[in-house]
Structure formats: structure tokens, C-alpha cells
Design a protein around this ligand. Structure first.
Ligand SMILES: [Zn+2]
Length: 183
């Protein structure tokens, strides 16, 4: 395992513990509101769209798109020196929310706004795994139609919005060629 000591580790709170537990399982978990159907990230105790407390956890497809990024060439601390230059990106998930993360296993100069990406996880310790994103052709751990459909933790809840978003994402992605999402 790569040495990640000295980096900024997350401290789970009651709102985020389930999210971080999911990352440890290499699942990207989002909250979805039963009242309005929207997904949200980061985790909160109320829906950021309608203030409902009727939130449930679902597993995201892991698919997203770069909407902004920067290339970091001077690390924020010594612990990150081995990784420069690295990409910090805003990724809009197929389910709607935006996450800040890193793009990995790619040439930073090749990154573009609009690039489709998929989640992967770095294991930083026995307890902590961090979600990162891979560009097309990266080694993806996600996304078949089956995995999206089975991703709903609460089987009684409708999965329609998640499936619809994921399907829309796949259809936008046609130009890439090596399309693991089309399995
Ligand atoms: Zn809501």
C-alpha cells in the first residue's frame, strides 16, 4: 500500500459515517430524498432541495463528467509531493450532485472539461478509502446496468431517477470507443 501518512484524513461525523463506510467498501454512496427525488452530496441531515428529512442512502453509478479542474504543480504539503503535478477536479455525478476530487491515472495535460470519468478508490489505511476519478480508458470498477439497478440499498424505493440519469449519461458518451459503461 502506498504511504499516505501525513495526508489530510477524513473524520467521519454522524452525517458522513455511512458515506465513509461506503468508500471503505468501494461504494460511492449518495443521499436521495424520498420527498423530491433529488440526490445530494455532501451528506446532510436534511434535503438541500426541499428540506425534507426523508433521506435514504443509495449507491451511485460512479459515472460523472468533469465540469472544472486545475492542475496542481506545487503540493500543499510534503505528503503530496510525490503526486505533483496532479489534477483537482469538480465532477458532476450522473445522479446530479457535484464532487471535488482528483483525477488519477491520467496525463494532467490531457484533461478537458466535459470529459467523462468514473469513480475508483484509493485505500489510504485499513479504515479509510478515498474516492478518486478515472478518465476514459482508466481501470474502472463500476457501472453496468445491473449494478445501477441493484444499487438501491432500500429495495422498496423507486430507482427510476437513478436509472434514467445513468442511461442519459451512457448515451452522451458514445464518442469514446472503449466504453465500459455500455456493458
Ligand atoms: Zn428533497
Amino acid at each position: 500500500m502506498t504511504d499516505h501518512s501525513g495526508k489530510i484524513f477524513p473524520t467521519p461525523t454522524p452525517e458522513t459515517a455511512h458515506y465513509w463506510a461506503g468508500c471503505r467498501e468501494h461504494e460511492l454512496r449518495l443521499q436521495r430524498c424520498d420527498s423530491c427525488g433529488q440526490h445530494q452530496f455532501y451528506p446532510r441531515s436534511l434535503c438541500s432541495h426541499c428540506m425534507s428529512d426523508q433521506l435514504q442512502w443509495v449507491v451511485a453509478s460512479g459515472a460523472g463528467e468533469v465540469i472544472s479542474f486545475t492542475i496542481v504543480r506545487r503540493a500543499v504539503s510534503e505528503a503530496y509531493n510525490p503526486e505533483v503535478p496532479y489534477v483537482v477536479a469538480l465532477v458532476q455525478l450522473a445522479e446530479g450532485p457535484t464532487m471535488m476530487s482528483n483525477l488519477v491515472q491520467c496525463d494532467p495535460e490531457s484533461v478537458q472539461v466535459g470529459m467523462p470519468v468514473s469513480v475508483t478508490f484509493e485505500d489510504w489505511s485499513e479504515q479509510v478509502s478515498i474516492p478518486k476519478f478515472l478518465p476514459p480508458g482508466g481501470r474502472s470498477q463500476v457501472v453496468t446496468t445491473e449494478s445501477v439497478q441493484s444499487a438501491v440499498i432500500n429495495p422498496d424505493a423507486p430507482a427510476n431517477s437513478l436509472e434514467r440519469k445513468a442511461t442519459g449519461y451512457r448515451s452522451r458518451r458514445g464518442r469514446g470507443g472503449q466504453d465500459t459503461l455500455l456493458q
